[in-house]
Design a protein around this ligand. Structure first.
Ligand code: ZN
Length: 510
């Protein structure tokens, strides 16, 4: 299976899936991978676990009862799956945040003529469906504030708009269709916020990137801090209506109230379960996904399905009868949506033992088919990784990308020099439901999710059973070289992470 003699890579033929196998006996490895795959595809508590997490517990914002219940769910689910140990690890977030009853009404003036009594200017109003951005400040109710169209919110757009202090800036967006669109949306927002702050607007109204009235929770704050200016997302249809009115020369005013509830520091928790290694228990592989979610929907695709996957990967390995040589840690992270806060805290607090980390596998893109894994810029681990994922070709998960991928819980392990594997997945129905009211249990593709359980379990056991770790932990300089090689530095600067890296606040320091 992984002895790729045909391409002359015989030296890489190593004993991966079982300490009983030998280079001359590759079918033994196939058997072990097959055992794991079969155990994954059996009927399991996967659906029921996710139903409880999403329908019964619901949205899971750190600091809320939903998140606390989810932590208990994780502890219980890991125990029931047969974990050798389960515990939670707390960490602090700078602020609590909850949305109040956000309200927005638009009023416009237009001309009417009526025979007999003459014409005149009349006002008409309509409700604008709006939600606050997460971790954005509250806005006390204001009335009759002019709405100004600032196009896509570029420097030129703001200049063209002139003096708009005290007004509401309406920002156009494009409909979200691809991963590239999503990354662009994230990258564009902080500079727009910066321009709006400079222009002293009273609030920003971003048009939703989803059609059909779908609203979603988004944050433009990077690390759980309260953002600089009140912001709402308005239903695309309402935003376009206001824009058309303004383009036609009608004035538009808005009444706006954003009574967000904001508090001081809060504690949240990651949940950690283990299967102890049979030969090298001090070395460990991590399989992780975030347990927290936004709360307009129930966080099923993002990321309840993959939290349930992590639990079921543990069950799968136990049920397969395979005893991994290294320890496998199964971690449900919290605070991901507010800026990777749980995984960042874990990587920082466990820095002293990361020399013994043998790989981190993360799933965070719903249930679109896995096409392969991004390996965090680590070309050095690709030949062995290709062997480890060979049994997953039957699921079409076969491509390794050397990119330093962003945006999920592998990120801070990557900045610590640990080999990481972020699952690359097809968009499927993820983006239309992303962080939205419509991200619910019924959107989950369970047959596909079960294949992903198999993939995560096979890769984790593969990493746990290699004779030596798949690659060394990189030094600070080596990590920085991978950033250069993958053209990641500009992105890090745009995301405000570069300064923290350079100053030693984030990532490996030596
Ligand atoms: Zn996510």
């Amino acid at each position: 299976m992984h002895c790729n003699m045909r391409t002359g890579k015989g030296l890489l033929c190593v004993c991966i899936f079982s300490f009983l196998c030998f280079a001359a006996n590759p079918p033994a490895d196939s058997n072990v991978a097959n055992q794991i795959i079969q155990a994954a595809l059996q009927p399991s508590p996967l659906q029921e676990n996710l139903r409880r997490l999403t329908d019964e517990i619901g949205g899971r914002i750190p600091g809320t009862p939903g998140m606390q219940h989810a932590v208990q769910w994780g502890m219980q689910a890991f125990s029931a799956a047969g974990a050798d140990s389960v515990h939670s690890e707390g960490f602090e977030m700078p602020n609590s945040w909850a949305e109040g009853a956000t309200e927005m009404t638009a009023t416009t003036a237009h001309q009417v003529s009526s025979s007999g009594v003459g014409g005149g200017t009349v006002l008409s109003s309509f409700r604008v469906r709006a939600v606050s951005l997460a971790w954005a400040p509250a806005r006390a109710a204001v009335r009759h504030v002019p709405v100004i169209d600032v196009g896509e919110g570029t420097d030129g757009d703001f200049q063209k708009a002139g003096d708009i202090s005290g007004k509401i800036a309406l920002v156009h967006t494009t409909v979200l269709k691809t991963w590239a669109d999503l990354f662009a949306e994230y990258a564009n927002a902080p500079p727009i916020v910066g321009r709006a702050v400079k222009a002293k607007v009273r609030a920003i109204a971003f048009m939703a990137t989803r059609e059909h009235d779908i609203l979603y929770r988004h944050t433009n704050a990077g690390a759980g801090e309260i953002d600089r200016i009140p912001m709402v997302i308005v239903a695309r249809e309402d935003g376009e209506r206001m824009a058309r009115l303004l383009a036609a020369g009608n004035l538009v005013w808005a009444d706006l109230s954003i009574p967000n509830q904001i508090g001081g520091p809060i504690k949240s928790s990651n949940v950690v379960a283990e299967i102890r290694g049979s030969e090298r228990p001090e070395e460990f592989v991590i399989v992780g996904a975030h347990l927290d979610s936004w709360e307009l929907g129930t966080g099923a695709l993002d990321n309840g399905c993959n939290a349930a996957l992590v639990v079921d990967a543990l069950r799968t390995i136990k049920a397969s009868g395979v005893a991994p040589r290294r320890t496998i840690r199964f971690i449900l992270f919290s605070g991901e949506e507010e800026g990777l806060l749980g995984s960042r805290a874990y990587a920082t607090n466990h820095r002293a033992e990361l020399d013994r980390a043998a790989g981190v596998v993360i799933y965070d893109s719903g249930t679109g088919k896995t096409t392969g894994f991004s390996v965090g810029g680590r070309k050095d681990i690709m030949p062995l990784a290709q062997i480890l994922i060979a049994p997953l070709a039957q699921f079409d998960a076969k491509e390794l990308k050397p990119d330093m991928e962003w945006g999920s819980d592998h990120f801070d392990f990557m900045l610590e020099g640990v080999p990481t594997f972020a699952a690359d997945q097809e968009e499927a129905n993820y983006l239309v439901n992303y962080h939205a009211v419509s991200d619910t249990y019924d959107k989950v593709d369970f047959p596909q999710l079960k294949k992903h359980v198999a993939e995560a379990a096979v890769l984790a056991v593969g990493l746990a059973n290699l004779p030596e770790k798949i690659g060394p932990r990189l030094t600070h300089d080596q990590i920085e070289q991978t950033m250069k090689d993958t053209n990641s530095i500009e992105m890090m600067k745009a995301d405000g992470i570069w300064d923290d890296w350079v100053s030693g606040k984030r990532g490996r320091q030596k």
